[in-house]
Ligand binder design. Structure first.
Ligand code: APR
Length: 325
């Protein structure tokens, strides 16, 4: 799952464009350093293996060979300058490898790679998924990652919740959970009819509550978390109910084992919640939950579909008055 989270964080980094924060990627890499994130590393096929395998036409999946002696493994290099400086390519999955030339690979925990990199004098670092959306890890970044103090990161990005690659997408639903317009309509259209079938079995949800389903045709996500925001009425109850949407959605993501989550700006569309107020309530509730659940969730994204939403969040973050980095 960590390799999937790494792909998601890199994807969202490209989605966000220039000035994107790399912290969501560092969060996953630092977690992977401690928790055995395995990467696929291309190697030069050792001669002894070529002799053992014999005629490639006779090979079939699952064949095994036992070498009578140590086979020297050497990682493939991406040479980048005339005095032989090179990067070592690392891949998160076979699909990323298949974008380039076929190669032998071995699995390596990222901790072993980070720890040995300093002993290779001409090695400049690693490139993750070099043939696709690559992410370069120079040695100074690797040194930083070994000491990196992981803490969940909140990213404010422009666009639809369907644009981000995350484990859980939050839907601004209504209490029936049977679909509607806005982001609710967009999510149901993208997920397909099986989402509505599962929602029917949930028998609705109260305002402020959150319930999870599968993501179906939204293959980049693992879950949809449906929550019903308050219809703005200008009473103090509004802010309590809106905060509950964020807190309960985060609780659901914790129960689902989601490592990343994206929120739309709940209640600020059809339900008429003033955006500036809603943004403050959202950021404060999310920051509060993350403080109370240190190290649980990694990456939180808030997708702003309209410019006024994005401006409201940017003003709040620039003012820094709600604990968000
Ligand atoms: N993708 C992502 N975000 C969207 C999209 C979309 N296609 N359409 C709207 N949004 C954004 C809006 O800009 C707003 O910031 O989602 C946020 C919430 O707006 P609404 O979707 O209107 O949701 P809300 O205000 O919470 O009202 C919920 O609307 O769609 C119905 O069934 C839903 O009855 C419920 C009510």
């Amino acid at each position: 799952m960590l390799a999937k989270e790494l792909e998601r964080a890199i994807y969202n980094w490209y989605l966000t464009g220039e000035n994107a924060n790399p912290e969501p990627i560092f969060n996953v890499l630092a977690d992977g350093y401690e928790n055995e994130l395995q990467m696929l590393v291309p190697i030069e096929t050792p001669n002894i293996m070529l002799q053992l395998m014999g005629n490639p036409e006779n090979l079939k999946p699952g064949d095994t060979f036992t070498a009578g002696e140590d086979i020297g493994i050497s990682f493939r290099h991406l040479v980048v300058n005339e005095d032989g400086g090179y990067f070592i390519p690392l891949f998160t999955c076979q699909e990323e490898i298949d974008r380039g030339e076929p190669t032998s690979v071995i699995n390596q925990p990222i901790k072993a790679l980070f720890d040995v990199a300093d002993s290779w004098t001409k090695c400049l670092g690693f490139v993750i998924n070099p043939w696709g959306q690559q992410f370069v890890l120079e040695k100074d970044i690797i040194h930083m990652l070994k000491e990196y103090e992981r803490r969940a990161f909140i990213s404010i990005i422009r666009g639809s919740v369907l644009d981000a690659h995350v484990a859980a997408i939050v839907n601004a639903a209504n209490t029936s959970l049977l679909g509607g317009g806005g982001v609710d309509g967009a999510i149901h259209r993208a997920a397909g009819p099986k989402l509505l079938e599962e929602c029917r079995r949930l028998h609705g949800c109260r305002t402020g509550e959150a319930k999870s389903t599968g993501a179906y045709n939204i293959t980049t996500a693992d879950n949809i978390i449906h929550t019903a925001g308050p219809i703005y009425s200008g009473t103090p109850e509004d802010s309590r109910q809106l905060a509950a949407c964020y807190l309960n959605s985060l609780e659901q993501s914790f129960e689902n084992g989601n490592d990343s989550i994206v929120f739309p700006c709940i209640s600020t569309g059809v339900y008429g919640y003033p955006i500036e107020e809603a943004a403050y309530i959202a950021l404060t509730a999310i920051a509060q939950w993350l403080e109370e659940h240190e190290g649980i969730l990694k990456n939180v994204y808030i997708c702003c579909y309209r410019d006024e939403e994005y401006e409201a969040y940017r003003r709040l973050v620039e003012r820094g008055d709600n604990g968000v980095r």
